[in-house]
Design a binder for this molecule. Structure first.
Ligand code: AMP
Ligand code: MG
Length: 505
């Protein structure tokens, strides 16, 4: 269409013919713009400030496409709960195109909830408003926490109902991602024995995400290593904020290392390594504590797709892949430990630091688990202890003795590093440590009860203010904001015990 508001490129569509089906979004009868991420639009160098709302609604409902758009439904497969589905694909999503952001990075622009595609199977291709706003809240919270994630650019109400357990308002989300290349994208072609396609996809992926590897003789093995590093870093960050993805199927694991697919995810409240909220995860496959092992399992599925590219000799290819997959555990442990050290306010090294710090962190988590202490509050209040205010933390624990013993160990560890490398801060060392801890331990996470409250108001009453207020609060998770204390309060135990999240809703 002429006079387009913005233009997109289509490298995936033009370079990877045969990896998708060209398709069009279904028209929305009466689109209404409900959310626009101005900050992200600026990052993408999209100038939308002068565009009126009806035009934006037309644009983000797909009724009017950006210039250069070649909408496609991407093909992918995936292991879902351990079982292989050779064909999943974009059943209710379309890749519209790509833009180059202000940092020079190519970012995908995709619709979710844009209608049926050849990959829809029994699905209606639609999305309900609540889950799309949930994706906004959780994704923006994740971004503000400093964790790699896909992000929502816009949400439009379609003016059409969707039918789930009841009739719900329909919506469409515009998702921005480093790319939508998943482990499952590789699996789709590997499962069909189409190794020329796997190579083509790997080359595209390398050119897009690991440019330094272009032309390198070991580039496919290095791509596997790079994907492993990114996923390890990502899951370590999830673990350190209490995030449970909930559906870590291989089709939901991005090679670019972003958090993707905000379906049944949730943030943990009381610390419980076995925490699961997803209604369909009956056996806790994707429980909090399993996430790094699942990431490793998914990585093994990715590695299998690359085998013919790694070496001519199959045994050698397997040995190379196995080394990377097995090495994932150590890479993850290193990332996790680095994160947890920052949370503990440990900056310097002492002798045997790795062993001491890992034990310190694990014993702390065991204390939280034993007393069912809120994960976020406990970490945040530990910062206060560094400044000589242990009371708020103590208030969270039943077993005061165990806490006191642990705090003595932690103080000793802090003192040891301060002795080793005395800082110029002198008597202010405590305050400085507390401040750095507050940058590693968020004051605010998206609390499940507050998220649900906001979504209910939007979905049932068309009232968007609670959503907007919560979203604004989540933009500054590391700053204590006096007026927003209600968002930081844990839910009642009874709420959390009954809380269930849903996939693909
Ligand atoms: P997910 O659980 O969101 O990762 O989706 C798994 C698969 O189901 C993907 O192929 C989706 O495109 C597809 N899917 C999810 N919801 C729908 C829907 N409402 N209509 C069609 N396909 C869907
Ligand atoms: Mg998915």
């Amino acid at each position: 269409m002429r006079n387009a508001i913005f233009a997109v490129e289509s490298s995936y569509a033009s370079e990877l013919e045969g990896f998708y089906v060209p398709w069009k979004p279904v028209a929305a009868p009466t689109p209404r713009l409900l959310y626009l991420n101005h900050e992200l639009a600026e990052d993408l160098r999209l100038d939308l400030t002068a565009v009126d709302r009806p035009t934006l609604a037309a644009l983000f409902s797909g009724n009017r496409l950006p210039e250069g758009a070649t909408p496609i439904a991407q093909a992918y497969a995936g292991h879902q709960f351990g079982r292989f589905s050779p064909q999943l694909g974009d059943g209710r999503a379309l890749l519209i195109g790509e833009v180059i952001d202000r940092y020079g990075k190519r970012r995908d622009i995709a619709f979710k909830g844009s209608g049926r595609t050849p990959f829809s199977r029994d699905g209606d291709g639609k999305a309900a408003l609540g889950p799309m706003l949930r994706e906004v809240l959780l994704g923006e919270a994740m971004h503000a926490l400093g964790i790699p994630t896909t992000r929502a650019l816009a949400v439009v109400g379609t003016g059409e109902p969707v039918y789930r357990e009841k009739e719900l308002p329909g919506a469409q989300l515009t998702r921005v991602a480093a790319s939508h290349i998943r482990v499952g994208t590789f699996e789709f072609f590997a499962a069909r024995g189409a190794y020329d396609r796997v190579r083509q996809l790997a080359d595209y992926t390398i050119a897009r995400h690991d440019q330094a590897l272009v032309g390198e003789p070991e580039r496919y093995l290095d791509l596997l290593r790079a994907a492993a590093r990114r996923q390890a870093a990502l899951v370590a960050q999830w673990m350190n904020v209490g995030f449970i993805h909930g559906v870590m199927n291989t089709d939901n694991m991005s090679i670019a290392g972003e958090t993707i697919d905000y379906g049944p995810c949730a943030f943990m409240e009381a610390y419980d390594p076995a925490a699961v909220f997803s209604s369909i995860d009956a056996h806790g496959r994707y429980a909090f504590e399993n996430q790094s092992r699942i990431a490793q399992w998914n990585l093994a599925r990715f590695a299998e797709t690359l085998l013919p590219l790694l070496a001519d000799d199959e045994q050698r290819a397997r040995a190379l892949a196995t080394e990377v997959v097995e090495g994932f555990a150590d890479v993850f442990q290193r990332d996790w430990l680095a994160g947890v050290r920052a949370k503990l306010g440990l900056r310097g090294r002492v002798e045997h630091a790795d062993r001491i710090d890992a034990a310190l962190a694990e014993d702390w988590l065991a204390l939280l688990q034993a007393d069912k202490v809120d994960f976020t509050l406990a970490w945040r209040r530990l910062a206060g202890v560094a400044e000589g205010h242990p009371e708020p933390l103590r208030g969270l624990f039943a077993d005061q003795r165990a806490l006191a013993v642990w705090l003595d160990r932690w103080r000793a560890r802090c003192a040891a590093e301060d002795l080793e490398s005395p800082s110029s801060e002198g008597v202010n060392a405590g305050r400085s440590r507390a401040n750095s801890m507050r940058r590693a331990n968020p004051w605010l996470i998206p609390r499940n009860h507050r998220v649900e409250e906001a979504l209910l108001a939007a979905s049932d009453e068309g009232e968007l203010e609670p959503f907007e207020q919560l979203l604004a609060a989540l933009k500054h998770p590391y700053d204590e904001q006096a007026g927003l204390a209600r968002f930081a309060e844990p839910a009642a135990d009874s709420f959390t015990a009954a809380y269930r999240t849903y996939c693909g809703t």
